[in-house]
Structure formats: structure tokens, C-alpha cells
Design a protein around this ligand. Structure first.
Ligand code: FNR
Length: 349
């Protein structure tokens, strides 16, 4: 694929992700989760601590911005806006797929772009990103280069089965994925995180992952940005892809169930939660279900496109809402909330 086609596709992804019709609203199960109110918390709001330890490093908040974009002109601006805000507020951040970087060997200015971004945000916890279909064919040396270019804390490998199947120009070849992941975990020399992109993980899949040596699984479940819907909208009308994207418009494992399964199955790896997280209260619910870190994609992109101030205000709002949820559940910090017995109920149970 040439540069122009690549840039056009990335631009379309950004535009379509902002369309509310491509959000699987109400399907992540968060509306059914109720946090139990503590009327006598014996805590003051100002003592509530958001500091969280992830992958052995302490950050000021448990939040991260999930990987979205990389390797094209708009990406530089968007990633810079997000990175500066994350560094300021102590959030972590993933970049989008570095596929272009992998294919070009960092030519075409990509290397310089990452270097100048890194120079501006030396303390940011940053995650490199590659798709599992690329991982299968990449050498460990190439993967190490992607991590080194960013001075990344970890490599995120994203899996996007439905998207690749539904994308007209997709590469739905996943054979050898599990073995490639196992090799990557044992040889990379940096933590590896497996991440979905909006379809979540079933308990059965998680059981197959449990002994790979992953540092974390970001469940990125059903309930937010839906790539089946987006690729269907990108396809011509009345093509098989556009029709099938309606059929598969609600496909996936809800974020809440994926988090519960991951927290139960993954003993040595952290559980990260994304997929339709839209408020700090959503984040608190997912922490109560077992998440160590909570990520946002589409709302962060929307705020970043509104400028630095809007992004900072949106981030402050998420932090404030999480603080209030911690106070109102009598939890001094996220770890206390995660360990609390009977702090959440699912409606109807
Ligand atoms: C994404 N996402 C994504 N994920 C990934 O691991 N690598 C990538 O390159 C991309 N690209 C991308 C582009 C855009 C425009 C969006 C909105 C998202 C998926 C993202 O990280 C996340 O898993 C899902 O979007 C679900 O989270 P939200 O959007 O419901 O908060």
C-alpha cells in the first residue's frame, strides 16, 4: 500500500471512530454494575490517592490513553497533544500501530518523529504498538527496534480479528499468533501486553494465554469503538462487507465480563481495562471488578482534537470522578477498591 492510501485509511479511521453510530453504546455491561455507597467513609476527599503501580512503575493515576495512531502526518500532531497532556497529568500512553515503521525500517522521517516526541516527554510511560498479524512475520530484532525508538516501557501487541476480516484491504491471517506471542514474551527483553481493539477476550481465550509470560492483557472489550461497524462504513454500499458489518455490529465480549475473566484467570499478568470507558465512574467500576489500569481511546481523541485545554479539562474530570467514586466507596486508593469485598453488585443479581 502506498503512502497516500495509508494516510487516507488512517484519516478515515479517525473520522469514523468519532461517529456515534460506530460506538457499541450500552453493550459493555457497565450500566448493570452498581458500586455500593459508603455513607460513613472516615476519609476526606483530599486524602484520596490516585497513584497506582503498573508494570512495576508508579504513575500518578491508573489511567492511560490507548494506542490510536502513528506513522502519518495527522498522527504527529495528535500524539504530541496527547503525550504532553499525559506527561503533565501522570497518565500513561500507547501509540498506534507502528506497522509503517516496521515495514519501512524507520525511514521517511518516522525515526526522527519519535525522537523529537520522546525528547519533549522524557518521563512519560509510553507503549509501543504492533498488530498480531505483523508480529507473526516480524523478527525479534525488528520488534526491539520499535520499542527502542520510543524508549517504550512495553510493547503492546494488538489483536483485531473482526476488523481485519471486515476490512476490504485487511490481512485476516492469524495462524501462528499464539506461538509468535510466546516467542516475543520470552525473547523481546521488554514487557509484552496483549490488547484487543473493541471485541474483548473470552475466558477460554484468556486460559490459552495464561502461561505465555505476558505482563498484562488490555481487554479492550465490546461497548465502545466498534471496528466491525467502522470497516463496514468504509466499504462501498451493498458490498458483502457493508452488509456483514450490520450482522456483526454487536460482536464481541463485553468489557465488564472480559475484565472479570482476566482478573480471575491471569495470575501473573495485570488486567487492563478499555473498551467504552467514558467516565471516571466507569473506571472505578472496572477497578472494583479487578482492573489495574483503565484506558480511553475515542473520548481522548475527541478531546485532543478540541485542543490542549479541552483535553486537560477532560482528563481532570476523569480524575475527579474517580476520586469521588473512591471516597463514596470508602476506598483510600485504587488498590483498596480492587481488594474490597462486596463493593459492587450487578443489577438483577
Ligand atoms: C484505535 N485502536 C487501536 N488500537 C491499537 O492497539 N492500535 C491501533 O493502531 C489502534 N488504532 C485506533 C485508531 C482509532 C482512531 C481509535 C479510536 C482506536 C483501538 C483503541 O486502542 C481501543 O482499543 C478501542 O478504540 C476501544 O476503546 P474506546 O475507543 O471504546 O475507548
Amino acid at each position: 500500500m502506498d503512502t497516500q492510501q495509508f494516510e487516507a485509511r488512517k484519516r478515515e479511521h479517525i473520522q469514523h471512530s468519532l461517529n456515534s453510530a460506530h460506538q457499541a453504546v450500552g453493550l459493555n455491561g457497565l450500566d448493570q454494575i452498581h458500586l455500593v455507597h459508603e455513607a460513613l467513609p472516615e476519609l476526606n476527599l483530599e486524602e484520596i490517592q490516585l497513584e497506582s503501580k503498573c508494570l512495576g512503575r508508579t504513575t500518578s493515576t491508573p489511567f492511560y490513553i490507548a494506542g490510536m495512531t502513528a506513522g502519518h502526518q495527522d498522527a504527529i500532531r495528535i500524539n504530541r497533544t496527547l503525550a504532553l497532556a499525559c506527561q503533565k497529568r501522570g497518565w500513561a500512553m500507547g501509540v498506534g500501530s507502528q506497522r509503517r515503521d516496521l515495514e519501512t525500517g524507520g525511514e521517511g522521517g518516522l525515526l526522527d518523529q519519535w525522537k523529537s516526541l520522546r525528547d519533549e516527554v522524557p518521563d512519560l510511560s509510553l507503549f509501543a504498538n504492533i498488530g498480531i498479524t505483523q508480529l507473526i512475520h516480524a523478527s525479534i530484532a525488528q520488534l526491539r527496534r520499535l520499542v527502542a525508538e520510543l524508549n517504550a516501557q512495553a510493547l503492546v501487541v494488538h489483536t483485531n480479528v473482526l476488523q481485519e476480516a471486515m476490512q476490504v484491504e485487511g490481512t485476516p491471517q492469524f495462524k501462528g499468533g499464539l506461538e509468535a506471542l510466546r516467542k516475543c514474551c520470552s525473547e523481546l527483553g521488554a514487557p509484552v501486553i496483549l490488547k484487543e481493539t473493541g471485541c474483548g477476550f473470552s475466558r477460554q481465550t484468556l486460559e490459552r494465554l495464561a502461561d505465555l509470560g505476558l505482563a498484562a492483557v488490555d481487554v479492550s472489550g465490546l461497548g465502545g469503538t466498534h471496528w466491525g461497524r467502522i470497516e463496514g462504513a468504509r466499504a462501498e454500499n451493498s458490498t458483502v462487507q457493508s452488509i456483514a458489518s450490520v450482522t456483526f455490529g454487536n460482536w464481541g465480549e463485553p468489557t465488564t465480563q472480559s475484565v472479570q475473566s482476566a482478573a480471575g484467570v491471569l495470575k501473573g499478568a495485570e488486567t487492563w481495562a478499555s473498551g467504552g470507558v467514558r467516565t471516571g465512574l466507569d473506571a472505578a467500576k472496572l477497578i472494583a471488578l479487578g482492573a489495574h489500569r483503565v484506558g480511553y481511546a475515542k473520548p481522548a481523541l475527541e478531546a485532543a482534537l478540541g485542543g490542549d485545554e479541552r483535553l486537560d479539562f477532560w482528563m481532570q474530570t476523569q480524575e475527579f470522578e474517580l476520586r469521588v467514586a473512591l471516597l463514596c466507596t470508602g476506598s483510600l486508593n485504587c488498590e483498596v477498591l480492587r481488594q474490597k469485598e462486596s463493593v459492587w453488585k450487578r443489577s438483577g443479581t
